[in-house]
Write a protein that binds this ligand. Structure first.
Ligand code: SF4
Ligand code: SF4
Length: 136
């Protein structure tokens, strides 16, 4: 399939992320977000709680976050589309680095989009959208 040259460039330089529903915040078979001790400590300082409390509230096992039934990261505000990662300033290093200065694989791979798009569309239903406070 021919690549969309505009999407290709935008996904690479992360500008596209500002308009993307956050495909990479959903767990897929064979892919798991890796959360390091430094990431947990950054979050602890962000919330003003202990590292252990971060682990208790958000971690599944030692090295990744819990996910919801739809596969979304527990820290994704998936009920609305205006602010997605609830810890954007304190997010893990892997979330910061992805897609590692390469074209985003979620946008390039129709198979991945097929898996995630139905989940994303659930949160795009009118009842789940942000209220626009500028409207009367
Ligand atoms: S890295 Fe890819 S999937 Fe993640 S927000 Fe950016 S464009 Fe979307
Ligand atoms: S921590 Fe934030 S950026 Fe990282 S997967 Fe979760 S919601 Fe997405």
């Amino acid at each position: 399939m021919e690549k969309d040259p505009i999407g290709y460039v935008l996904a690479r330089n992360k500008t596209y992320c500002n308009y993307c529903p956050g495909y990479c915040c959903y767990r897929l078979p064979g892919s798991t977000l890796f959360v390091r001790a430094e990431d947990i400590n950054r979050m602890a300082r962000h919330f003003g709680i202990s590292d252990g409390e971060v682990r208790r509230r958000f971690m599944e096992g030692k090295n990744t976050f819990k996910t919801r039934d739809d596969g979304s990261c527990i820290l994704l505000a998936n009920e609305r589309m205006c602010r997605r990662c609830t810890i954007h300033e304190a997010r893990p290093q892997q979330c910061r680095d992805f897609p590692y200065d390469k074209p985003c694989p979620y946008l390039e791979n129709p198979g991945l989009l097929d898996i995630i798009q139905p989940r994303v569309e659930q949160v795009l239903l009118p009842a789940n959208r942000c209220q626009d406070s500028s409207q009367p």
